[in-house]
Design a protein around this ligand. Structure first.
Ligand code: UDP
Length: 231
């Protein structure tokens, strides 16, 4: 592996609290990513916003505005995580698709290339910059743009199941599944827009549980506890 995109959900940053930040969880992520950076693997990261806000969090306000709040939540998450990464000895850059003044750098492929050349971990904050999209879509879009080899999808569940394992105790986990089958069966890996982009652009995914010890480091080897989504 030379270049990967890691997706963390917002809730993953919150640990058991489900909201805000859980510093120990984020430090553990940082320590794992440091191991990848030390192996000269280029790492980009997308973080969701669900630990603060989702576009569907309020039924009373305009959806476009609600989505803007969600995108700003992801900016907060990336600035926080980037600082924890720095405290663990990594260099980082936080990029957004819209201007955030001096808080972040404007995203461009050239800027990403330069950041990787300087051995930085690059955070893609602010999603796609557009309402009615998700950080899943931003993940696939950015992975394609930067020509990542694989998306590392760190989730609360340890892979892709044929039904929700929290509801169905007999749910079966796939070791490997094609993205076509994920779309056909509408399995809850990513939202449909993101899955279709992944299929059209042949972007594979490794799906695993963030809370399992060293799961990010193991995923990079391709031998991990989870599901490979093939394209
Ligand atoms: N969001 C958006 N456009 C994007 C990415 C995110 O509007 O390109 C907003 C949307 O409101 C979403 C929130 O940011 O609910 C948080 O993103 P995340 O993907 O974590 O949300 P989820 O998929 O959990 O709703």
């Amino acid at each position: 592996m030379k270049r990967v995109l890691l997706k963390l959900s917002g809730e993953a940053l919150a640990g058991d609290k489900k909201t805000g930040f859980d510093e120990n969880t984020v430090i553990s992520v940082a320590k794992q990513v440091k191991q990848l950076v030390d192996q000269n693997i280029e790492v980009a990261i997308v973080i969701g916003g669900g630990n603060f806000w989702r576009g569907r969090s309020s039924e009373n306000i305009d959806r476009t505005k609600a989505d803007q709040i969600g995108m700003l939540a992801t900016v907060m998450n990336c600035i926080y995580t980037s600082e924890i990464f720095r405290s663990e000895g990594m260099d980082t850059s936080v990029m957004t698709p819209f201007a955030c003044g001096a808080f972040t750098q404007l995203f461009s492929k050239d800027a990403v290339k330069e950041a990787f050349r300087l051995h930085k971990v690059v955070f893609f904050a602010g999603g796609t910059g557009h309402p009615y999209f998700s950080t899943d879509t931003a993940t696939v879009l950015r992975a394609i743009e930067i020509e990542a080899e694989v998306i590392l999808l760190a989730k609360a569940v340890d892979g892709v199941y044929d039904s929700d394992p929290k509801v169905n105790p007999n749910a079966k986990r796939y070791d490997a599944i094609s993205i076509d089958e994920v779309i056909e069966k509408q399995l809850a890996v990513m939202d449909l827009t993101a899955s279709i982009m992944s299929m059209e652009n042949k972007m594979p995914m490794y799906v695993f549980a963030l809370q399992e010890e060293d799961s990010i480091v193991k995923a990079i080897t391709g031998r991990f506890n989870g599901t490979v989504v093939t394209v």
